[in-house]
Design a protein. Sequence first.
Length: 263
Amino acid sequence: MYPTPRHVGLVNWVGLWTLYAKEVHRFIKVAGQTVLAPIITTLLFLLIFQLALGESRGPVGGVPFEVFLAPGLVMMAVTQNAFQNASSSLLISKIQGNIVDLLMPPLSAAEMLIAFCGAAITRGFAVAICVLIAMSLFVDLPFASIGWAVLFVFLMSLMMGLLGVLTGLWADKFDHMAFITNFIITPLAFLSGTFYSIERLPDLAQAIAHVNPFFYAIDGFRHAIVGQGDTSMLLGATVLLGINAVLAVWAFVLVRRGYNLKA
């Protein structure tokens, strides 16, 4: 008797969930590196700034400096971890030669993209929640709007997940991924108002900051946490939605073509 072929249907929900669960399990298995390390790093940033500046650093826009700083540090941790989750998974699979395990199952490009980005978003939220809980022990965060805060973590994690997929497709070795991290992501994160308000910058520097998508994510999240920011949360969310749409189409086209995946 021959086995009966399994009907997958319009969406391969089992395959999508399996890939998503595998990616989530991958970062949970090493939670010391993927969740605990960002907590320690972020708290060290907060401690260093507090020790270095102390009482000499006045409030920013009427908000105590440590309260102003905390949301930016949280979003910076989200940025790095969501990107690493998607990019490292694809790159490691290519280097180890088991990328075929991803290409052989009946998974569409959209299903693969949703699974990878979904796992990146999950890691982003896990890091955000854990870091916020740890920071709340040292900083009195007002949490002005939980809904907006959740939205900005989601949008930023999605953007970095998509960027991670694109990087994982393009990269052939870890040096390529390090190049994107060191020369694109880190500078954009540091120059996006993480440690300062862009209102203090000259006009030209402010104009440059407003074309940095990381600025809208960090400022929007800060606005949602402390109740004020350099721009409106609606504008920030709209910009991030537009960028995510472009990145999603780009990543979908490349995954469907099997760019740098098939020999």
